[in-house]
Design a protein around this ligand. Structure first.
Ligand SMILES: *Cc1c(COP(=O)(O)O)cnc(C)c1O
Length: 363
């Protein structure tokens, strides 16, 4: 069955193989007589699913042994509170605001500490990234927060900043929700990374947190126990019931990623997909992407029709061509194509072909 190509920003496209496998195992997982969603999280069946998912993710992302991998709930937005509750010590924390998501994080942190703006690219409409050497770093910040891929504005750090090289000892906190597992991570630069699963890892409900061990155990007294990273880590993510079915499906995605050749192979494919789409945009008279070339996202590509009166016709034609969920975020307008790991290059090619046809015949 050929399904339409789905460009949703999240919850987003899943590998079809994974959906088929989950469907075939729905009523009876591996002869257990149970669906995964019916299993005790403390039973041997689910523990084996959990351990396999942990091991596969650690291998895929090359997570060093001094980092814990936590499977939590609450999504990226809850982490905007959970991170300062655990790491701010109620004091100064630095933020680089590069789009809607880091801006939300910055505002939420005011409840728990004293966030300082190290840099912001709001003045240019979040179409660029400031050079880390220009950041105003606080001397005593407990951490510095960035969003490494701004899902709405389509801005991505092609390389994580090296805070040590900038003379800072602050751990780097990274919201990598919308490009986790799309490329390797340089863990030597990271203190904590978090992401909701529903963009690139699996179903909504699972939130991934990867945290360096020395950052555990500093939570504010008001931190809810279920959101205290040390409590979660000490209980292998089972202090309370974890999102078992989402962990299971994410585990199937990790195995799919390994079959694709791992993260390096996926990254090469993601680069090719993004180049195909950006080239089509840049070489047209109708379409426009405003993000600076050195920080264009390989996952989320916002673009505009220079004649905005054609937006509805563009979207209607796209749907007829089996190209779904291309409408841009309401705060930015225009279009957005999210081209996550599970969106094949054939989908990007189909989009580019449609964009050319629309420009030539219907614009
Ligand atoms: C989607 C997204 C979030 C919010 O995730 P929720 O699961 O809705 O809380 C946070 N940060 C980034 C970068 C995102 O793309």
């Amino acid at each position: 069955m050929r399904r339409p190509f789905n460009f949703s920003a999240g919850p987003a496209v899943m590998p079809q193989e994974v959906l088929s496998q989950a469907a075939s195992e729905m009523l009876d997982w591996h002869g257990s007589g149970m669906s995964v969603m019916e299993m005790s999280h403390r039973g041997k069946e689910f523990i084996s699913i959990y351990e396999q998912a942990q091991a596969d993710l650690r291998e895929l992302l090359a997570v060093p042994s001094q980092f814990k991998i936590l499977f939590m709930q609450g999504g990226g937005l809850a982490e905007n509170a959970i991170v300062p509750l655990n790491l701010s010590k109620g004091g100064t924390v630095d933020f680089v605001v590069s789009g809607s998501w880091s801006q939300k994080s910055y505002i939420e942190a005011r409840k728990y500490g004293t966030p300082q703006l190290a840099a912001s690219s709001e003045a240019d409409g979040f179409t660029s990234l400031s050079d880390p050497t220009t950041w105003q770093l606080s001397k005593n910040a407990s951490y510095l927060h960035i969003c490494s891929n701004e899902t709405i504005h389509g801005v991505e750090y092609h390389e994580l900043p090296d805070l040590k090289a900038l003379g800072s000892q602050a751990p780097l906190v990274v919201d990598f929700s919308s490009h986790v597992a799309s490329r390797p991570v340089d863990w030597s630069r990271v203190g904590l990374a978090f992401g909701g699963a529903q963009k690139n890892l699996g179903p909504a409900g699972l939130t991934l947190v990867v945290i360096r061990e020395d950052l555990l155990g500093q939570a504010l007294p008001i931190c809810p126990s279920a959101f205290n990273y040390k409590t979660v880590a000490d209980n292998q993510s089972m202090f309370n019931t974890p999102p078992t079915y989402s962990i299971y499906v994410a585990g199937l995605v990790f195995q799919w990623l390994k079959r694709q050749g791992g993260i390096a192979a996926i990254e090469a494919r993601n680069k090719a997909k993004a180049a195909l789409l950006y080239d089509a945009i840049d070489n047209s008279r109708l379409y426009l992407n405003k993000v600076a070339a050195n920080c264009r996202s390989r996952m989320n590509v916002p673009f505009f029709l220079r004649d905005e009166s054609r937006n509805d016709a563009f979207l209607a034609g796209a749907r007829e061509h089996g190209l779904l969920q291309l409408k841009g975020h309401k705060s930015v307008g225009g279009m957005r194509a999210s081209i996550y790991n599970a969106l094949p290059i054939e989908g990007v090619q189909a989009l580019v072909d449609y964009m050319r046809e629309f420009e030539q015949t219907r614009a």
